[in-house]
Design a protein around this ligand. Sequence first.
Ligand SMILES: [Zn+2]
Length: 280
Amino acid sequence: MSETTPIKQTSFACPKCKHLLRSVDNALYCSECNRTYPITGGILDFLSGDSQASLAPVFGGTSGITTLERMAKRMDFVAPIYESRLFGSVLLKLSGIGGGCSRLTSRIARFHSKTLEGITGSVLDVACGPATYGRRIASPSRNVYGIDISMGMLRQGKVHVERDNVLGVHLARARVEELPFENAVFDGVICSGSLHLFPDTVLSLREIARTMKPGASLSVQTFIAGKTMINRFVQIHSWVHTFELVELQQYLTEAGFEEFRPELDGIVLTFSARKAMSRT
Ligand SMILES: [Zn+2]
């Protein structure tokens, strides 16, 4: 493919009914279910006015107090410092991970690049944060669609993307359980540091698989169980999930993935998998 050949863009679809959307005044509109999704500060917002986003106790716990919106606000709060060395160092210390955050970021970026090697077209970045990895894997032959629940993270991502003059990165506020895309549109998917935060792992993986073409690659970084401060934190906050490898493989199979290939570095787990060819 020539470097100047434009690649086909993936259109956003209604996260509720999955019909394609059409542009209206600074928004996208679903004529099927009569919903309007605003574009705020250049970022498409599929969670604006979403009652589930503000009310549902999606991060578990018996109290029902912790909500998706609360999680999004926490992420909004840390968004400006999320990629700073100090914040990264504190998180790594708590996780018992040595080597510094730039080493870990480089390692994860290399893993995603290796998994997506040779893949052109459209790649979904689930829970993209400030496009930390999305902007590293975008290329003239590869568009990246990043979704996150935190508008603060997405705004920070937009700043990074524009600062680095990265083309082909599209950011939108949406939930992993209701992705704003049609079936089987993505050639690859990445997900970094978030799978353990999704309240229902299989439901989330099924929705991700729905948007992938049969045989498309999934590249994930998450954590497994270990004896670190993060694990002690997990015991208190039951909405954070740390995986056992066997359990994770079972979840992936249930969600329609095969060829699970894990790589472990302490409690940091990177793995690739492939959407089963038999799934559409
Ligand atoms: Zn709709």
